[in-house]
Design a protein around this ligand. Sequence first.
Ligand SMILES: Nc1ncnc2c1ncn2[C@@H]1O[C@H](COP(=O)(O)OP(=O)(O)OP(=O)(O)O)[C@@H](O)[C@H]1O
Ligand SMILES: [Mg+2]
Length: 250
Amino acid sequence: MSGAILSVRGLTRKFGGLTAVNNVDFDLPAGELHAIIGPNGAGKTTFFNLVSGFLSPNAGRVVFDGQDITGMPTHRISQLGVARTLQVKSVFNGLSVYDNVWIAAHSRHRFLHPLKAARSFGATADAAAQALATVELTSRAGELAGNLAYGDVALLEIAIAVAMKPKLLLLDEPVAGMSPEETQRTVRKIKELAQSVNILLIEHDMEAVFGIADRITVMTQGAVLCQGTAREIAHDPRVQEAYLGVPEDD
Ligand SMILES: Nc1ncnc2c1ncn2[C@@H]1O[C@H](COP(=O)(O)OP(=O)(O)OP(=O)(O)O)[C@@H](O)[C@H]1O
Ligand SMILES: [Mg+2]
């Protein structure tokens, strides 16, 4: 497990009779940009929910950066350095773009320097400005988040996560609903971002995934079907079968 920023063993989550995540083992080597793909309902978002503490597992362990975080509350896991974006985009529409990012940056500094709230304002402002620059939204800082185009909202969500200075960033379908131009721009940003932060992303857009990921994990029915490079995954008959939902003829 050495060298892994995230290590998961036997992770399982049931909803009544449905096992949404079923005995998953997973290692994310530090520095690797990794994508999780799989058909609808495969358990991808549930996996993120378990890693980030939105849900507790029925069984299994999650080790982040050498520390067992299994079952810890979300805020604690985020303080340790895991940030995520949601599949359903959620920013404060009534606040400016800048304020959305500032709040995220401030929550981080308030945790690190609880007795220096006033003095940490400069650092908060720096982190907020930096996060906006990362996704090229600096020129939109004063606008209401609710007035942004869809693709920019998705980038703002990434900026909010980046402002928390995470060690691991979980992106749930970052380019879903984007135009081809917005997708290209976001893919480029994610690649740049991956130079400085570990990124694990869920994505349905295969072109984006194959262009972005060092390695890919395919999930079906709660379990890991296979892992490999884009080339390996694209040529794996099990993957085609999983997506088409029909067994191959012999
Ligand atoms: N809170 C919940 N309560 C009950 N069932 C749930 C809950 N969350 C997820 N599920 C079920 O667990 C299974 C996995 O869902 P999940 O959202 O993790 O899939 P996914 O791979 O992210 O799918 P998609 O690609 O459509 O986002 C689905 O059958 C889903 O209906
Ligand atoms: Mg999902």
